[in-house]
Structures are given as C-alpha cells and as structure tokens.
Design a protein around this ligand. Structure first.
Ligand code: NAP
Length: 350
C-alpha cells in the first residue's frame, strides 16, 4: 500500500545534485528546503544536515522570527540561566551550520507550487531566486495580531509597538499601557517595568488567560496595574501617542486615558496565506499536519507555530522541527529505495 502511494513520485523528478550549480535558466535543485528560521526551522535544518541531506534554509527577513524578539527565555530546558531569544537562535544557527546546513538570509519565499503530488516542488524567493525541492519543510511561524482601531497604524513606531524588547528602552520613566491578558502581555509588561514608570495592563475580561506564574509575578510588581473589562477604542495624539480611548465593556463608560505608549499583545495568526489553496488549513489558517508533521501534500511537511495553535513554545517547536526533519528524511529514503528497485526491475533493452 505504502509503495503504491509513493510509486507515482518516481517519474516526476530529474534531480541534479542538491546544492550544485544549476543549468542556466533552470530552478536550483535542492533535496530539502526549509522555509523559516525560527526554532522549528533551525532544528529541522540541524537534523536534515546531520542526515546528509544538505538542507537549504530560506530564513525570511529576520533570523529567528518572533523568538529573536523575546528578551528572556527561561523555560527552555538545558539553560538554567535565562538567555535572550537572539542568543538562542544564533546558537541554533551555528549548530545547524556546523553540520552543513546552508542558510539564505534576508530572503523570503514569495511563491510556491505544490501541485505536483510527491514533488519536485517549485519555490521562488522575493529576491527572484527559483528552486525546486524534493521535500519542503514549512516553519514560517506566526505574526502578531492588530487591534484594528483608529490610530494604531498611524502611530506604529511613534508610540505603538508590538515588541517590548525592541522598543521598551524608548519609554524610560514614561507611562505605557499593554493590551492583552495572555502570557505575552504579562511577560512583556514585566519587561517594560525595567524602563517605564507605570504599566497599565488593559484586558477585555476580568480574568487573565496567562499562566499562574506570570500572573503572580505581575500582581506582585508595584509598577503594574490592571484595567479590567476594558477595550481600546482608539489611539490618539498628534506626533506621538498621547492617550487611548477606553470603553468599559460592562458599564459602557468611555473615557480618555493619557499614556505615552501602547504595547499590543493580543495573540498571533499563522503566516500561511502563501499556502492557501495548496495545503489544507484549519478555520484559523493553521496548516493541518498529522503526527508525523505531514501536510495534505506528500513530501511537504510543516512544524512550529504555523501548524501549532495550542502550545507555541520554543521547546515544542524544536520537537516538531525534529519530527518534521525525521519524517522528511524517511520519506526521501523510501522514495529512493523505490526508485532503485524500479531501476533494477527495468527490462534491459539492446
Ligand atoms: P493568547 O494566549 O492568545 O492571548 C491573547 C490575549 O489577548 C487574550 O487575553 C485575549 O483575551 C486578548 N485579545 C485577543 N484579541 C483581542 C482583541 N481584539 N482585543 C483585546 N484583547 C484581545 O496570546 P499570547 O499571549 O500571545 O500567547 C500565545 C501562546 O504563546 C500561548 O500558548 C502562550 O502560552 C504562549 N506563550 C508562552 C510564553 C511563556 O511560556 N513564557 C510567553 C509568551 C507566549 P481573552 O483572554 O479574553 O481571549
């Protein structure tokens, strides 16, 4: 049965050697392409490199994606002292490269064609390079959500931010508000207390979604205050943010609340639009995978936050990246074994 499923792939590929110079005009042939360079992608790179698959990682415009913006990671096993996301990602990159992974920086995949079941798969990057890959591992992650209120877009970079690690420094001795009630909101609010005079967490309910440890730390911090059952209706100012308009969802009361900065942490959406119509996605846009990280297209795998709505941890992404790499390796080996068997059975013609 498994052989039947794989056999149709044998006629589709005319492989060059992965990573070798391509004939002019033809897409560069690769054995494995990994899309994205967060913990899932760099781990998949490490494992496929160690399996001698000479992977190419198309890193995106920022190495590491979201995790590289995290100021402190203290729940990644094996590192008892907290480290920055940037440091962790640099270490993962160095480790993958040590085993031969190639990392194409400052370039993102802008087009894919997965219409040939079993591959090879076509990919194009936004700097115009073209590839065909025998297997693809998608680890393109997720992007923070917007509030979509007046003033948000206009003041992004002038008081509105989605990254305390990047922008917290500019709010020394200022008053800021944080929107959201999850782990990100509390973690970032705690980080902001290093700089800001006062941090108000604005949450639309009267109960936090964040884990108990973070809740305890936030409640114990003198600089942090909570504004419950409240939503931001607009962000106001002239050159910079000067206030937010708040609405109490219980009483309906609307008021202007002065602030110097608005940090928004209300969750993420998967970066999967590129794969719409080519891979099965769930109602929230997450790519659907099975336990082996296989997507709906044979030969295309996905790992990390682009397929994981539930856990979204560095440790889980690393595990999923490992599983995707091992599945890709197994899949390629099975295909090669089938191709060899088919070659041996081919009648000799004179
Ligand atoms: P999240 O858990 O989805 O929380 C989003 C928060 O924003 C919720 O409190 C939600 O309110 C609120 N929200 C959503 N849409 C809103 C809107 N339009 N207006 C106002 N508020 C809105 O997202 P997250 O905090 O980014 O965390 C995502 C995942 O990463 C979670 O699994 C989390 O555990 C994980 N994470 C873990 C750590 C850590 O372990 N240290 C750190 C960061 C993130 P409701 O509660 O009312 O829905």
């Amino acid at each position: 049965m498994a052989d039947e499923k794989l056999s149709f792939t044998l006629t589709t590929s005319t492989p060059q050697t992965a990573g070798q110079p391509k004939p002019q005009g033809a897409p560069q042939h690769e054995k494995v392409i990994i899309i994205g360079s967060g913990p899932a992608g760099l781990t998949a790179a490490l494992y496929t490199a160690r399996a001698q698959l000479n992977p190419l990682v198309i890193a995106g415009h920022e190495l590491g994606g979201q995790v590289s913006l995290t100021y402190e990671i203290e729940n990644y096993p094996g590192f008892p002292e907290p480290m920055t996301g940037q440091e962790l990602v640099e270490r993962m990159k160095a480790q993958a490269e040590r085993f031969g992974a190639r990392i194409k920086m400052f370039s993102a995949v802008s087009e894919v064609d997965f219409s040939r079941p079993g591959g090879p798969f076509y990919l194009r990057t936004d700097d115009g390079d073209e590839y065909e890959a025998e297997a693809v591992i998608i680890t393109a992650g997720a992007t923070h959500r917007h509030l979509n209120v007046p003033g948000e877009k206009e003041f992004t970079g002038n008081g509105v931010s989605y990254c305390a690690t990047c922008d917290g420094f500019f709010f020394r001795d200022k008053n800021v508000v944080v929107v959201g009630g999850g782990d990100s909101a509390l973690e970032e609010a705690l980080f902001l207390t290093r700089f800001a005079r006062r941090v108000d967490i604005i949450h639309r309910r009267d109960e936090l979604r964040a884990g108990k440890t973070l809740q305890r730390r936030a409640f114990a911090n003198d600089k942090i205050h909570f504004i419950w059952n409240t939503v931001v209706e607009s962000i106001n100012g002239t050159q910079h943010v000067e206030s937010v308009t708040l609405r109490d969802v219980k009483t309906g009361e609307v008021r202007d609340y002065p602030t110097d900065g608005v940090f928004i942490f209300i969750g993420h959406d998967p970066n999967s639009d590129l794969f719409a119509g080519q891979l099965e996605r769930d109602a929230f846009g997450y790519i659907i995978t099975d336990r082996e990280m296989r997507t709906s297209v044979e030969g295309v795998f996905a790992a990390g936050e682009i397929q994981d709505r539930l856990f979204r941890q560095v440790a889980t992404s690393v595990g999923q990246g490992t599983a995707a790499a091992m599945s890709a390796e197994r899949w390629l080996a099975e295909r090669e074994a089938l191709a060899e068997a088919a070659d041996q059975q081919e009648p000799v013609t004179s």
